[in-house]
Design a protein around this ligand. Structure first.
Ligand code: SAM
Ligand code: DTB
Ligand code: SF4
Length: 336
């Protein structure tokens, strides 16, 4: 049963076009059936898969840096960086390489193994790709795994980033296809799938997940997980973001999602994408330590680490280290 308060519809854009349900073992109905189990049964099932797939139980620490902030032409209803929302986020230029490398060195020194660079672009120009490629080379040379999230990419752009040493590309499906048009009007679900195709074809590893708590139904949360699990192969990293409700965005006043729903989504991601790193992403500050512990039990084994996400806050690095220590959870080490 969904909590009725959690079902507040948000109608920002046009209604959704019908779309075939994903094929393969994890149809939307099958994922929903998983999620509708009694909470403890779902948790137990997910934890068993997690133990089997990740016997060391380590938590990956990925640090984020907004290398180009604000002024984005897209209208994503959740995003503080859209130029279409009045959130007080100023549009900036691409950061200078030395400042990016300084942040990457600090992230490495604090224990991160992956460094993700985010840019508020709809789709980068080729000249932007050349500049980001230089950043990727520099971060790669520090011995960190590299990730970037720059919006939609063409096939040659994805290849250029792979050649520069990019390990992962983050591009989220964000929601179920039938909810997507209510949140974003400036691009289509298929645009996201096309970029993911170019990223895969370039040999990059895929980081792809979504956001919950935007007013979608539980069935639509199941629909997102079904779409992610149907990617072939499934994404290596699956970020699950709990909406950070930023004043000035159209979703600022959406009712808060029951935090146990986040745990259910993490559990469903773990069961349907057993080999993937499931990252408990935005919203951890609001979820608190107890719910985060349940998420780790349900199979989350990665977090964004560092005091800031892109423009909003994240738990302090020291508080995160303390939490993992209190839960006896080891941190992923840099390989090699
Ligand atoms: N512009 C690029 C894009 O949209 O792919 C990259 C940056 S964008 C900020 C990366 C992701 O951050 C989005 O796909 C969304 O999942 C997440 N995100 C943005 N705003 C958020 C918010 N307020 N709460 C939770 N997640 C958010
Ligand atoms: C992802 O899935 N979550 C991160 C990362 N990929 C780029 C971004 C979260 C953004 C939260 C709101 C903000 O600070 O802008
Ligand atoms: Fe732009 Fe990405 Fe924010 Fe959408 S989520 S407005 S594409 S920065």
């Amino acid at each position: 049963m969904n909590h009725p308060v959690l079902e507040a519809p948000v109608q920002l854009h046009r209604p959704a076009a019908p779309r075939p349900t994903p094929s393969g073992p994890w149809t939307r109905a099958a994922v929903l059936a998983l999620m509708e189990q009694p909470f403890m049964d779902l948790l137990q099932q997910a934890h068993a898969v997690h133990r089997q797939q990740f016997p060391q139980g380590d938590i990956e620490l990925a640090s984020l840096l907004s290398v180009k902030t604000g002024g984005c032409p897209e209208d994503c209803g959740y995003c503080p960086q859209s130029a279409q929302h009045d959130t007080g986020v100023e549009a900036g230029k691409l950061m200078a390489p030395e400042a990016v490398l300084e942040a990457a060195r600090a992230a490495k020194a604090a224990g991160a193994t992956r460094f993700c660079m985010g840019a508020a672009w709809r789709s980068p120009h080729d000249r932007d790709i050349e500049k980001v490629a230089a950043l990727v080379r520099g971060v790669h040379d520090l011995g960190l795994q590299t990730c970037a999230t720059l919006g939609m990419l063409s096939a040659p752009q994805a290849t250029a980033l792979a050649e520069a040493g990019l390990d992962y590309y983050n591009h989220n499906l964000d929601s179920a296809p039938d909810f997507y048009p209510e949140i974003i009007g400036t691009r289509q679900y298929q645009d996201r799938l096309d970029t993911l195709g170019h990223v895969r074809a370039a040999g990059l590893r895929v980081c792809c997940g979504g956001i919950v708590g935007m007013g979608e139904t539980r069935e639509q949360r199941a629909g997102l997980i079904a779409e992610l699990a149907a990617l072939n192969p499934p994404p290596e990293s699956v970020p699950v973001n709990d909406l950070v409700r930023v004043p000035g965005t159209p979703l600022a006043d959406v009712p808060e999602l029951d935090p146990f729903e986040v745990v259910r989504v993490i559990a469903a991601a773990r069961i349907t994408m057993p080999a993937s790193r499931v990252r408990l992403s935005a919203g951890r500050r609001e979820l608190g330590d107890g719910i985060q512990a349940l998420c780790f039990m349900a199979g989350a084994n990665s977090i964004f680490y560092g005091d800031k996400l892109l423009v909003t806050g994240n738990p302090d690095a020291a508080a995160d280290r303390a939490l993992l220590q209190r839960l006896d959870l080891p941190i992923t080490e840099i390989q090699g």
